[in-house]
Ligand binder design. Structure first.
Ligand SMILES: [Zn+2]
Length: 284
């Protein structure tokens, strides 16, 4: 059965969501767009530029003023609807910085929104106000270099975008994705003391600190596994994926390869592995 696409669902007072109809192996059931506020609203992650989704957001807003359209990052399942929504509502696009395609590698055009044009970029700790409440940007690079989470001050709610998701681990693919930064951003959230995470994909997370700790543990296990594999003999990324990700959905092999590469580049910077052509081995 299909999830209830584009139906406004109130999660708690002043926080509602709409699920965009873009399910995939990377987006789970789709992108969750959040509406924050009551008399006036902010929109977090407007999602893909699908006409029915934009219409649903506009209908959910009704005649309320839109203070800002906030984007956590510029993957194509998050930010493209910002432009048509800004046109319809007159609201500014606020939040993460734009990424130019040149800076994110040859494969970037498949997944990055090169048309994203923010009216205002929020730096770490900067905020906007909705209904007298602040929404504060929490810089969380790693999944992408421009990723922001958004904290709704005074509520304990944190909108985590793709940095922490409710259904799967996050894809970290170089050159824009960076495992060391991702790990630092996880540690930053673990100490942030939130009550509930509202991710862009998957259900809310009601035990954030434990959940983030389990993500950190998972990555450290994966790192140890990769270090073990390249310690036995020099191996290519594809060989590591076959051994480290048993029973992986074939559609996710490329993403798993990206995450393995992200780990290897981090280990290389720490002087623990070296690259020889296509192969990697531990340094001696
Ligand atoms: Zn993403």
């Amino acid at each position: 059965m299909d999830p209830p696409y584009d139906l406004l669902e109130e999660l708690e007072p002043g926080i509602a969501q709409l699920l965009a109809p873009n399910p995939s192996p990377f987006t789970y059931t789709g992108t969750q767009t959040y509406l924050i506020g009551t008399q006036e609203v902010a929109v977090i992650d407007p999602g893909p530029d699908l006409p029915e989704h934009v219409e649903a957001i506009v209908a959910a807003i009704g005649d309320r003023r839109v203070v800002a359209i906030l984007c956590t990052h510029t993957h194509r399942d998050h930010s493209p609807a910002a432009a048509p929504l800004a046109q319809r509502t007159g609201a500014p696009i606020v939040g993460c910085a734009a990424l130019t395609l040149d800076s994110v590698g040859p494969r970037a055009d498949a997944s990055f929104d090169g048309d994203y044009r923010p009216d205002r970029v929020l730096q770490d700790g900067e905020c906007i106000s909705v209904n007298g409440r602040s929404i504060t940007a929490v810089a969380t690079p790693g999944h992408t270099s421009n990723h922001l989470c958004f904290a709704l001050e005074g509520t304990g709610a944190l909108f985590t975008g793709d940095h922490v998701m409710g259904w799967s681990t996050t894809v970290v693919v170089p050159p824009d994705g960076d495992m060391a930064e991702y790990m630092r951003s996880l540690e930053k959230l673990r100490q942030h003391g939130d009550r509930t995470y509202y991710p862009a994909h998957g259900p809310p997370i009601s035990n954030p600190q434990d959940y983030v700790q389990s993500l950190i543990d998972h990555r450290l296990q994966r790192e140890a596994q990769i270090l073990g594999l390249v310690g036995e003999e020099s191996r290519a990324v594809s060989e590591i994926v076959v051994r480290a990700y048993a029973g992986l959905d074939p559609r996710l092999v490329a993403a798993a390869g990206g995450s393995v590469l992200a780990h290897l580049l981090d280990l290389e910077r720490r002087g623990l592995v070296v690259q020889e052509g296509e192969r990697w081995r531990t340094s001696r």
